[in-house]
Design a protein around this ligand. Structure first.
Ligand SMILES: [Zn+2]
Ligand SMILES: [Zn+2]
Length: 194
């Protein structure tokens, strides 16, 4: 009974951490914990937990805010959107999204520009002023086979590896929940990357 229990536990942990069939981008692999039971090759939802096991972050964002919702924002001669999260437990900073690097448009097409760190602004809850947030992420992907077809169609097969499919996702939704008054307020960043 004990041994069976252990085996099952090991299996489910491995599955959460690195199932090759889930579209978890490379840069999030170590801090993304898949949740729920709807995850598959084209969709994954999960939460961000730092390697120190802390799930509480201060979040800095570069985006254009329109009616309380964030959108891609101009920077110099291009467009940008960046989300960075600093762990409250160990102060390590994690890059969550930079549209010049991630998703189909950023990773494959190199669209978007990078913005210097000082352009990002710290997110605080408009209801209670708290700066600590938990982070949930949902990703949509067209899957590995589709990615291999697409890069072949664009004559990019020599430039990318088939395992790169996880970094060429189509959409990323980032949900920030205030840890001060969490039930009352959350902030959603919805990015369509292709
Ligand atoms: Zn940490
Ligand atoms: Zn709040």
């Amino acid at each position: 009974m004990g041994l069976f229990g252990k085996k099952r536990k090991g299996y489910s942990e491995n599955r959460l951490l690195g199932d090759p069939l889930l579209p978890i981008p490379t840069h999030l692999k170590d801090i993304f914990y898949a949740t729920g039971n709807k995850n598959c090759e084209s969709y994954v939802c999960g939460k961000i937990i730092c390697s120190c096991k802390c799930g509480c972050f201060k979040v800095r964002i570069y985006a254009e805010e329109v009616n309380g919702s964030p959108y891609i924002r101009e920077y110099k001669d291009g467009y940008a959107m960046v989300v960075k999260a600093s762990c409250e437990g160990c102060e390590k900073e994690h890059l969550i999204l930079d549209i010049s690097k991630h998703g189909w448009d950023g990773f494959i097409c190199r669209e978007g520009v990078t913005v210097p760190d000082e352009e990002l602004s710290l997110r605080s809850c408009p209801k209670c002023g708290c700066e600590n947030h938990s982070i949930e992420i949902c990703i949509h992907s067209d899957g590995k086979a589709d990615f291999i077809d697409e890069i072949a169609d664009c004559s990019l097969s020599d430039d990318f590896d088939e395992d790169d499919w996880v970094d060429a996702f189509g959409c990323m939704g980032i949900g920030l929940k205030c840890l001060g008054c969490g039930r009352n307020y959350s902030y959603l960043i919805d990015y369509e990357a292709s």
